[in-house]
Structure formats: structure tokens, C-alpha cells
Design a protein. Structure first.
Length: 270
């Protein structure tokens, strides 16, 4: 904590805010697929996503984030026992002093008076709550994603009388849905599950880099690419923008009297 603008307590608050946002993002995946299914299935939309009912979708990420943050605060807050356990590990692996860090941690297996390790029920309850949030979110993604897949598949099978452009668009949306369902599973659900499961089973997950933080940072950057690259109209628009920027750059070079041919090459031609 040396050399920063705020104290240890403020850093803990920022950490809890970050964790709350992560918990909200878990619910956002579920909301995204629920809304997408409602967009293709008008009967479902009228029954569950119309009027004031739609507001429930907006509150779900907030509620999920608050529960996630409170769970981390109650069950994973810093303690002297946890700090003593993590101190040599952080020093050896990352050359960090635990007293200069703010953290949340689950201490699943604590040494008892008999010298043996025993399960810490408090930590298992905490991770159980987080697993419930993850499981519910993943269930919604799978359930509504599969139903959306089945609905689009049926529509693709009944498009004999539709134009080729409509069939092509539905197919593109179908493949974009599949990939967009895979991305959060690989970058968000799977890392979170691994981070909790390995310590819970008393297995050493010996890593030198905070891979979960890396995957979280990658997700918002990668998520739009399936839609941009698979949907033809978006793909063409991006290519046109890139070509336009290149054309503008060439025009600007010529407007300043520069040539694409190197000066020494021009002299050689002359």
C-alpha cells in the first residue's frame, strides 16, 4: 500500500466494489440470454418481458452483485490467521508483503490443535453461496441459449418461402449465438469455478499469473467480435471503415505533396 493515494480501508472498499461488479456481470450474462430469447420468441416476450416485468431484468444484476459483494465481505474478509498463512506464499511467488496488500480469501483447510488440517465450515458456506449465484446464471445461459437455438433451428427449417437474404441472416445470427454463449463460459464461468474448486479440494493451483483477472479483462474486448465478424452487414461495414481510413490517409499524403514512391527510387526512375 506504500506510494498510493488512499489507505488500507479505502482499498478494501474499492476491492469490494470490484467484486460487486463481477457478481453483477455474472447476472448480466443470464439477462442477456433471457432478453435474446424474448426477442425471437414474441409469446415469451409478451408473457414475461412486457411492461413492468421488464424491470426485473434490470434489477437482477444489481441484486446479484450486492449478494456477491456481501458474501465476499462476510466470509472472505482479511484475518490475521489468513494473512499468516498467505504471507510466505506471496513473498515467494510474487515478492509481495501481505501487510501491504488488500485481499479477500477463502481459507478452506485450517490447522487444528491436533496438528491436522480441518475443513472451515464458514469458508465452505461462503463458496457455496457463490456457487449458487454462478449455477443460477449458468443455468439461465444454457436454458435460454438452448431454447433460442431450438427456436432459430425451427425457423430455419420453415424458411422455404423466405428470401435467401432472410435465411442467410438467420443462419448468421444462429452461429453468432453459439459462439457468444461459448465465450463467457470459457472466460468467466470456467475460471471462476477453477479458482474456487481447487483450493476447496485442498489442491495447489500453482500459478504465477492472475489468470482469472486476465480472462475477466479479455471478455468485454472479445465478446463483440462474433457478431462483428459473423454478421455480414457488420463485417462489411467494418471493412469499409478500415478501407476509408486507409484511403483518407493516402489522400492526406498526396495533399501534402508526398508520394508513395521513395525519393531515391523516383530519382532512379528519372
Amino acid at each position: 500500500m506504500d506510494g498510493i493515494w488512499f489507505n488500507h480501508q479505502t482499498a478494501q472498499i474499492f476491492l469490494l466494489i470490484y467484486l460487486t461488479c463481477f457478481g453483477s456481470s455474472m447476472a448480466l450474462f443470464a439477462v442477456h440470454f433471457i432478453y435474446r430469447y424474448g426477442a425471437v420468441n414474441k409469446d415469451f416476450q409478451k408473457s414475461y418481458l412486457s411492461g413492468a416485468k421488464l424491470a426485473i431484468l434490470y434489477f437482477c444484476p444489481v441484486i446479484s452483485g450486492v449478494f456477491w459483494g456481501i458474501t465476499c465481505w462476510v466470509f472472505m474478509s482479511e484475518s490475521s490467521e489468513t494473512s499468516d498463512f498467505m504471507r510466505p506464499y506471496l513473498k515467494q511467488k510474487f515478492d509481495l508483503d501481505i501487510d501491504q496488500c488488500t485481499y479477500i480469501a477463502l481459507y478452506f483447510w485450517r490447522p487444528g490443535p491436533d496438528g491436522k488440517v480441518h475443513p472451515d465450515i464458514f469458508s465452505f458456506i461462503g463458496v457455496g453461496i457463490l456457487y449458487l449465484i454462478l449455477s443460477f446464471s449458468l443455468f439461465c445461459v444454457l436454458y435460454f441459449g438452448i431454447n433460442c437455438y431450438l427456436w432459430i433451428s425451427r425457423k430455419l427449417g420453415s424458411l422455404e418461402n423466405q428470401s435467401q437474404a432472410t435465411k442467410s441472416l438467420q443462419t448468421q445470427l444462429f452461429y453468432a449465438l453459439l459462439i457468444q454463449a461459448l465465450i463467457p463460459f470459457v472466460l468467466m464461468y470456467l475460471p471462476a469455478t477453477i479458482v474456487f474448486t481447487f483450493p476447496m479440494l485442498n489442491l495447489d493451483f500453482d500459478i504465477k499469473y492472475p489468470f482469472m483477472e486476465i480472462t475477466i479483462a479479455l471478455y468485454p474486448a472479445i465478446d463483440p467480435f462474433p457478431t462483428i465478424l459473423i454478421i455480414k452487414h457488420y463485417r462489411i461495414a467494418v471493412i469499409r471503415i478500415l478501407k476509408c481510413n486507409r484511403t483518407n490517409q493516402i489522400s492526406e499524403d498526396y495533399s501534402h505533396g508526398t508520394s508513395a514512391v521513395p525519393k531515391n527510387m523516383s530519382n532512379a526512375v528519372i
